[in-house]
Design a protein around this ligand. Structure first.
Ligand code: TXA
Ligand code: MG
Length: 315
């Protein structure tokens, strides 16, 4: 299959509206979109990524009018979060509208809904004739793509079109809050922090994954994720570690002595934005071990920690 690269949101939407699969930029990471009214395109998304069929997709909407086509019920908690954080890097899990095909939600009674703030994403969604189901635009298990070049690296020849935009401003996937029950639950940490959520919904709980859990609340949580080919090891500031050959470092502090490639980030925002592209860069350079500084479990640090722990296979 020929993959068209375009800078035009309208051209990209034409591909989607005729049943194609299109990668597009958002402020979190690039998404791989298919119209929810095109069941064959939804299947193509799973095939292109090599994604297990029991891992549901997030549905992207342009405005709140479209929300009614996707969700069956929007309770008080959901309204509070929508009012405060839409459009933005937040996904709400709500009771699904029967119009949403089972292939999108992997047969669940709920659906993840997100309204991105990125202007190119918004222009693209405005031209799409139905809401757009989109997982992150990377091969399953690899770090999410935060630039169109990374999308192209993973998916060239497997998808119809890539809408080129700038590198993702946040670089980490959206915060996910399960909002269909009476108590909201944080399923995945992201740039909308737990502290920000608590400020408007003090009763919010954090989902803890247990091995005994047979049906995880978010099916994606059980799959390996975000992993570069290199192994991930953790180091603390000023800790002297015995450095493996061809190793790299990313974090906020000075790197351990002897690493051949490193990235010191000025703050957590930069750490989050750079993390996945650094992983990919290390793989391209043949790095075998990436030392990472684990930030404290608060604010944006919670999301970065989560991705690092998963990438290291510890979640
Ligand atoms: O920032 C993002 O969320 C990006 C951009 C493209 O929007 N998308 C993204 O999609 O990260 P994906 O497919 O890589 O991750 C979606 C996660 C998966 O872990 C999936 O299991 C979970 O959301 N999810 C989707 N629908 C769900 C539902 N109804 N209930 C619980 N979890 C759900
Ligand atoms: Mg993903």
């Amino acid at each position: 299959m020929q993959t068209t690269l375009t800078d035009s949101a309208e051209v990209a939407a034409d591909f989607l509206n005729s049943g194609g699969v299109v990668a597009f930029p958002t402020e979190t990471v690039y998404g791989l979109g298919a119209g929810i009214c095109h069941p064959e395109a939804i299947r193509k998304v799973f095939r292109a990524k090599g994604r297990p069929g029991d891992n549901p997709l997030i549905v992207h909407i342009y405005n709140l009018e479209q929300l009614a086509d996707v969700a069956a019920e929007i309770n008080g908690n959901a309204r509070v979060l929508i009012e405060r954080f839409f459009p933005g890097p937040l996904t709400l899990v709500l009771k699904k509208n029967p119009l949403v095909p089972d292939s999108v939600t992997a047969g669940l009674e709920s659906v993840g809904v997100r309204c991105p703030a990125n202007l190119v994403a918004r222009e693209f969604l405005s031209y799409c004739s139905c809401p757009v189901a989109a997982p992150s635009a990377n091969l399953s298990g690899l770090p999410s793509a935060t630039s169109w070049e990374s999308v192209y690296e993973d998916l060239n020849g497997k998808i119809d079109c890539v809408l080129r935009g700038k590198p993702s401003a946040i670089g980490l996937e959206s915060t996910i809050v399960e909002c269909s029950g009476s108590v909201p639950i944080l399923l995945r940490a992201g740039a909308i922090t737990l502290e920000q959520l608590q400020a408007v919904l003090p009763e919010i709980r954090v989902h803890v994954i247990t091995d005994a859990e047979e049906a995880p609340k978010s099916p994606g949580l059980k799959y390996p994720h975000y992993a570069p080919k290199a192994s991930i090891l953790f180091c603390s500031p000023n800790e002297s570690v015995s450095i493996e050959p061809s190793s790299a470092y990313i974090g906020l502090s000075e790197p351990p002595e002897g690493v051949s490639l490193f990235r010191i980030c000025l703050n957590l925002e930069e750490y989050g934005r750079e993390l996945f592209s650094f992983f990919r860069h290390c793989d391209a350079q043949g790095i075998k071990v990436i030392y990472c500084e684990l930030p404290a479990n608060c604010g944006l640090g919670r999301a970065i920690r989560d991705r690092l722990l998963r990438a290291s296979g510890r979640h």
